[in-house]
Design a protein around this ligand. Structure first.
Ligand SMILES: Nc1ncnc2c1ncn2[C@@H]1O[C@H](COP(=O)(O)OP(=O)(O)OP(=O)(O)O)[C@@H](O)[C@H]1O
Length: 813
């Protein structure tokens, strides 16, 4: 019944059940810890499309799915029958005309499978992993028109449509879980992006104006698209809106194989940041555990046979690019699943493989969903798709939870931003409250002012009325008076009659009473106005006090700011000084080290004199001693073994001078002793004595000059050098040269003294009293040799002083 076993993949006899459907939904484990379990491959067979169904003979599928939905068999017909019915007949008569190709996968969805089954069994696990902080990828692969877009998106976007695909269902699930998490300690942040790779160019489907984007890689972040927009979303509806928006930009076209064929690879990305706060026991601190999961929902463009689609022009170019990138995907899978482990995986051969680097053999839980058609017309493409998927089964991924170790998650940035904004809001509220109080008081003040104005106005009115009434009363009185003066009652003037006087008095009383009443009223009003005024003044005082308080507070705040700035500046200055001191110290240490090395290189001892370490304790100054034991007359190398304090140095120099004086005295004594016995004996001796005396005088003068140099110039010179060393103002090289010069000068001065002494000893072979000089063997005057020490003539004191002055002059310049 079956043709030969010509395929390297698993081939089994066809199922005897003959059923080509029969899938059933089963619950599925959500987590798998083995590496193999982190890369799953499932197959989905779509139902036949109208164009694949023969209107006369109907449709016969070439696909068989096992009842446990693990195995799939593709029937290959080798005959020439044109339609499904004839083909079936052909095979039943001649079974050799059919070959069956068997494969096993993690799951096989037959043509009756529903969107919800695919989501629950395959996609849900990925979504839950993302909420735990893993990266997960769902990858739809297959020939054009086999249902990739249908599986990933579906075509309707309302939450009850059973046709909706993985993207809307995944977003619903994510927000359902977030909403069900009641804990106050858990915060989520969800954002989404949508991109496409079209003709090997990446673009942002939600911000197409950004143009072509590039792929980058960072150690912590992995591979990502630079400049891709991320949209914070708060509901599944938000995500669906983004999807719809992106769909409008995505490159699609009507082809022979699919009315709405995707011409680009599309990746919908959902990132879920998830923060858990925990109060640490025994402290006010809160630990924040942040995880970041990323879900890549990839809808690849379909592979297509140009022969079948008949593509030309732009479509042909698109097809070539699609097929190229899919073949790069095949190469990466081949490299990853090669039995001999390969060091190079060609991820960089296409944008698609570069973008999916983490999903293919990296930090990700990946599921590849390979779509096929059940139609005999698509056998070739279906077989190649299934073989492709079969190879991908062996990919091993190594997912890990992405924890926010570098504190760069958006959620953390939002936290910080929120805290800042809350702080600002609090401050604003406080100042608002203060402002409200001030406004209220100001209103009260205005009201009081208005009341006062009204009261004054009323008072003025009343006063005017009062004056008018007074005037009228005066006029009335005058008239009465005038009329009275004309009336006579009982012979008397009317105003003189007792009735008139009584009536007048009563009238006057009544008027007085009335006016007194009015005056009282006015006085009351006046008092009221006075009180109002006092109240207004009190308000004014209150406002002024408040204003003063606010001014004082502002001044105190400014003062505090100034103090902070001042302290900061001081701190900066301290820092700078500290840094400079450290740098200087390092420089001096390095120079000293150089100096020590130089000394050592010349075989000299390194002076052990220590420079005071702090300003609080000052070591006494120290000077190099003069000692023939420790000072060599070699021009290039000498150094005292131990430095002397100034007292020791003066004592040493005084001692040297004393010694020299003693030597002179001894010589004078010797001369005198010699003079006595030999004077009468020889004229030569007499001449010798005269010359000796002259020499002695010169010698004494020289000794005095040398003492002067030693006591004044040399000591000062030593002090200068010492100060230079202590203050680090003399570079070590110059210091070395100066010290060498100094010691050379001192040595030469002293050597003059010694040579003077020794030359005298040599010049005069003075006979002692116990060994008198023979007449025929008079004392000989030996000419002083020009060469001393290392063969050079020693300098005279004058020359030496001149040199010293010249040197000091040079230094001053
Ligand atoms: N499981 C299914 N049930 C019902 N109809 C389906 C199914 N799968 C695919 N279809 C239908 O098949 C047609 C092609 O599907 P779809 O556009 O999803 O293919 P595609 O693989 O994305 O193609 P392309 O690669 O060209 O974009 C659509 O009309 C779709 O409705």
């Amino acid at each position: 019944m079956f043709r030969g076993e010509s395929f390297p993949y698993e081939k089994r006899p066809p199922s005897t059940s003959g059923s080509l459907s029969g899938s059933s939904y089963q619950s599925y484990p959500l987590h798998s810890n083995d590496a193999r379990g982190n890369f799953k491959v499932v197959i989905r067979v779509r139902p036949p499309l109208p164009r694949e169904i023969d209107p006369v003979h109907g449709f016969r599928s070439i696909i068989e799915v096992s009842p446990d939905n693990k195995r799939i068999t593709l029937q290959e017909y080798l005959g020439a029958a044109a339609n499904d019915e004839e083909r079936e007949l052909d095979i039943s008569e001649n079974p050799g005309l059919a070959t069956f190709h068997h494969f096993t996968f993690d799951y096989v969805y037959d043509q009756d499978s529903t969107q919800v089954q695919v989501y629950d069994r395959t996609a849900r696990q990925a979504v839950l992993s993302v909420l735990e902080g893993y990266n997960a990828t769902l990858l739809a692969y297959g020939q054009t028109g086999t249902g990739k877009t249908y599986t990933m998106e579906g075509f309707k976007y309302n939450s009850t449509d059973p046709q909706r695909g993985i993207v809307p269902r995944a977003s619903e699930e994510i927000f359902k879980i977030i909403e069900s998490s009641q804990s106050q300690n858990v915060t989520f942040m969800v954002r989404a992006s949508y991109l496409q790779i079209y003709n090997e160019f990446i673009s942002d489907l939600l911000k197409p104006e950004r143009g072509t984007l590039q792929i980058r890689e960072e150690k912590r972040r992995g591979v990502f698209v630079e400049g891709l927009s991320e949209w914070a979303v708060r509901s599944a509806t938000d995500i669906c809106s983004l999807m719809q928006k992106g769909e409008m930009t995505r490159a699609t076209a009507s082809t022979k194989m699919n009315d709405l064929s995707s011409r680009s690879h599309a990746v919908f990305i959902i990132i879920v940041e998830h923060m858990m706060t925990t109060e640490l026991e025994g402290s006010d601190d809160i630990s924040k555990d942040i995880k970041v999961g990323k879900l890549n929902l990839v809808d690849l463009a379909g592979s297509e046979r140009v022969r079948l689609t008949g593509a030309t022009g732009k479509r042909l170019e698109e097809s070539k690019k699609i097929n190229q990138s899919l073949s790069a995907l095949g190469n990466v899978i081949a490299a990853l699943t090669d039995t001999k482990p390969r060091t190079h995986i060609p991820y960089r051969d296409s944008k698609l493989t570069r973008l999916l680097e983490d999903s293919l053999g990296g930090n990700c839980i990946t599921t590849m969903m390979a779509m096929i058609s059940p139609s005999n017309d698509s056998f070739g493409e279906s077989l190649s798709t299934v073989k492709f998927a079969n190879r991908a089964k062996n990919i091993k991924n190594a997912p890990r939870i992405n924890e926010d170790v570098d504190q760069k998650t958006l959620i953390r940035k939002y936290e910080v931003e929120l805290a800042k904004l809350r702080h600002e809001l609090d401050a604003k509220n406080r100042s608002m409250y203060d402002m409200e109080k001030v406004i209220e008081l100001e209103d009260q003040r205005k009201q009081a002012e208005a009341d006062k104005e009204a009261a004054i106005e009323a008072l003025e009115m009343r006063s005017k009325e009062f004056l008018i009434e007074k005037e009228e009363k005066r006029k009335l009185e005058e008239r009465i008076k005038m009329m009275n003066s004309q009336l006579l009652v009982g012979g008397k003037k009317l105003e003189e009659t007792p009735q008139f006087i009584i009536a007048l008095e009563e009238k006057q009383k009544a008027i007085r009473k009335e006016y007194e009443g009015r005056l009282q009223e006015i006085e009351q009003e006046r008092q009221q106005i006075e009180e109002d005024k006092a109240q207004i003044d009190r308000y004014k005082q209150l406002l002024l006090r408040q204003r003063d308080i606010m001014i004082a507070l502002t001044a105190r705040l400014n003062e505090r700011d100034d103090t902070i700035i001042q302290l900061q500046e001081e701190l900066d200055a301290y820092d700078r000084i500290h840094r400079e001191t450290e740098e200087n110290l390092e420089y001096q240490t390095a120079r000293c080290q150089q100096l020590e090395d130089l000394l050592k290189n010349h075989g000299m001892n390194v002076p052990t004199a220590e420079i005071p370490e702090s300003n609080h304790y000052k070591e006494p100054k120290r000077y190099p001693p003069y000692s023939t034991d420790t000072v060599t007359l070699d021009n290039e190398s000498f150094l005292p073994l131990q430095m002397l304090t100034s007292e020791e140095k003066i004592a040493e120099l005084t001692q040297i001078i004393e010694n020299q004086k003693g030597e002179i005295d001894r010589l004078i004594g010797s001369i005198n002793a010699y003079k006595q016995p030999v004077e009468p004996k020889s004229r030569d001796v007499q001449a010798n004595l005269t010359s000796l005396q002259a020499s002695n005088e010169r010698y004494l003068a020289e000794k005095q000059a040398i003492s002067g140099i030693l006591e004044n110039d040399v000591l000062k010179y030593i002090e200068e050098i010492y100060e230079g060393v202590r203050g680090n103002s003399i570079p070590p090289n110059q210091l070395l040269q100066e010290m060498q010069g100094l010691f050379q000068s001192v040595s030469q001065a002293l050597s003059i003294v010694k040579n003077e002494k020794s030359s005298r000893n040599v010049q005069l072979r003075i006979p002692t009293q116990s060994a008198p000089v023979k007449e025929n063997n008079p004392p000989q005057i030996v000419q002083q040799k020009e060469k001393v020490g290392n063969g050079r003539r020693p300098l005279t004191v004058d020359e030496m002083l001149m040199m010293k002055r010249q040197e000091q002059q040079r230094k001053r310049e």
